[in-house]
Design a protein around this ligand. Structure first.
Ligand code: ZN
Ligand code: ZN
Ligand code: ZN
Length: 406
């Protein structure tokens, strides 16, 4: 049985399920492809390795700051590439639009983003050289984080720095603290069976160094009594688990935007001169295919500007290996959209798949293991339940330490 906590929209409600906790229930029918809601993050940040490797994104909203041509030249390590249809690249004059913080040179996509960052956290975190000791401590914290969390990245310590700075700069500290407390908490599952991956024994020393550095940062530059508990040994583990369990990945790309516009461009042309348009379209698609092959050779699978954020409403969506909705970034920034992937009936729970695209096709055993390590629950969705009857053949190959046999 579930009890309704609140109604955000007439279209769906947030309810509380005894087993799953919070959940979102549709209160009408959604067609496949329909937007269910969109939401800006409470806090978001680019991943630290992604930033180090010069994937250039707005510090505030993660909008890509390269033109498509700059983007593919960097990813292919080839400065001679000239893209077809430059008119399909809305970022072609991005150079002239970038707004830099006059003190630290940090880059933003617009004055709006710069001002929003300044008002929320950047005033505190700006590495302006005015206080070199503070700047060094921030860099030290980020270096430590990179040593704890090599790629593929899932979350970022910058989220913690931003939360601390937001708490310092906000007029409404209590509300912000209450909002943070609503995210799933705890380092272990209810039955104490699963322990969060970021807190494994092998990272213990670095996690303690990181905690100590953040404690120094709080004492010297933030002075937040309300945050002290999070920087105790136990509190810090809770904080990392909160980030790990609730973070939602964000991906943005100038290349993807240009490809999308190229594909759309060919459609109206076909009506005017079908043959010419078909030639142009096949030329463009051959060019795009060749680009992706080259990028794959040089840069591998890391194509996008990537980061993560905490989203209040999205964090109420439960996982299913057979989800009926998905996360999209329709604005090419950190504003998230939840879109139905098939028909959703009235009173059906809206679910998303927490696993990455390639992990979704793994066996039930492997999916459950990943979900346990990262989100601390044993998936019992329809797909997992139906597959439990089948022999678990692939599991043994994919995983050495078997966590779910009982
Ligand atoms: Zn921005
Ligand atoms: Zn600055
Ligand atoms: Zn499942």
């Amino acid at each position: 049985m579930s009890t309704v906590i609140s109604t955000n929209e007439t279209d769906f409600v947030i309810a509380n399920d005894q087993v799953k906790g919070r959940q979102i229930i549709a209160k009408r029918i959604y067609q496949s492809g329909e937007l269910i809601f969109h939401e800006q993050p409470l806090v978001s940040a680019q991943f630290e390795w992604n930033k180090l490797y010069k994937y250039s994104a707005c510090e505030c909203c993660l909008y890509p700051l390269e033109s498509c041509e700059q983007n593919v030249r960097r990813l292919c390590q080839d400065s001679a590439i000239v893209i077809l249809h430059p008119e399909c690249d809305p970022n072609r004059n991005m150079d002239q639009r970038i707004v830099r913080c006059p003190k630290c040179n940090e880059m933003f996509c617009s004055t709006t983003c710069y001002q929003q960052a300044m008002n929320n956290y950047h005033f505190t975190l700006c590495q302006s050289n005015e206080n070199q000791e503070k700047d060094q401590l921030i860099r030290h914290i980020i270096d430590l984080w990179r040593s704890v969390h090599p790629p593929p990245e899932t979350t970022s310590i910058s989220l913690v720095l931003k939360i601390m700075a937001m708490l310092k700069q906000t007029d409404n500290r209590l509300i912000l603290l209450q909002e943070l407390q609503k995210f799933s908490q705890g380092v272990q599952s209810e039955n104490q069976q699963f322990y969060h991956k970021l807190l494994r024994k092998e990272f213990e020393t670095q996690v303690e160094q990181l905690r100590y550095a953040l404690e120094q940062f709080n004492e010297k530059y933030i002075q937040l009594a309300e945050f002290k508990w999070f920087l105790t040994s136990n509190g810090f583990r809770q904080l990392l688990a909160l980030l790990g369990r609730n973070q939602q990945g964000v991906g943005t790309s100038s290349l993807a935007l240009w490809v999308k516009n190229c594909e759309a461009l060919s459609e109206p042309q076909q009506a005017i001169a079908a043959a010419a348009a078909a030639t142009a379209t096949s030329e463009a698609s051959q060019f795009i295919d060749a680009l992706y092959t080259k990028i794959d050779d040089i840069s591998g699978e890391f194509i996008d500007c990537e980061g993560s954020g905490l989203f209040k409403l999205q964090s109420c969506l439960n996982h299913s290996c057979d989800a009926n909705a998905e996360i999209q970034y329709l604005h090419n920034n950190s504003t998230l959209s939840v879109v139905a992937t098939r028909l959703i009936s009235n009173n059906e729970e809206i679910t998303i798949n927490y696993l990455s695209e390639c992990d979704r096709n793994r066996s039930r055993h492997s999916r459950q293991k990943l979900l346990q390590e990262n989100y601390l629950f044993l998936c019992q969705c329809n797909r997992c339940t139906s597959e439990s009857a089948e022999p678990d053949e692939t599991s043994e190959e994919e995983s050495e330490n078997d966590m779910e046999e009982d």
